[in-house]
Design a protein around this ligand. Structure first.
Ligand SMILES: [Zn+2]
Length: 120
């Protein structure tokens, strides 16, 4: 016969309903969607200049920045104004129109990031 202690260790409890495997909270109180952890990276920020599929107009592409969406958008804004250029920040990637690697790489390094120049 199971004791109360055994029951409390069960993953699924009839009292709380299903436990979310992501956060360990009851599914009704799941916090996975609220929490926006920084995307997993290898700790290296890669800065590339890409022209492929862009009608000859190159963009500086910054990937692997370990910041959450809001902080990344903020960084993107700073870099764009620093370059005096437009661009977008989405899906964890900052894009800035034109080749701004010589500005972007030292700017990121100044913030303590490990930066690699990649691609063209
Ligand atoms: Zn969850």
């Amino acid at each position: 016969m199971a004791t109360l202690g055994d029951l409390s260790r069960l993953v699924y409890s009839t009292e709380q309903g299903r436990i979310c495997p992501g956060c360990g909270q009851p599914v009704a109180g799941c916090i996975c969607k609220q929490a926006k952890p920084a995307p997993k990276t290898d700790g290296i920020v890669r800065v590339a200049y890409e022209t492929k599929g862009r009608k000859g107009k190159g963009v500086t592409v910054i990937r692997g920045v370990a910041l959450d969406a809001d902080a990344l958008a903020q960084l993107g804004k700073q870099l764009k104004s620093g370059c005096g250029s437009g661009g977008t920040t989405k899906d964890g990637v900052i894009e800035i129109q034109g080749d701004h690697r010589d500005f972007v790489i030292p700017a990121l390094q100044k913030q303590g990031m490990v930066v690699k120049r990649s691609g063209g």
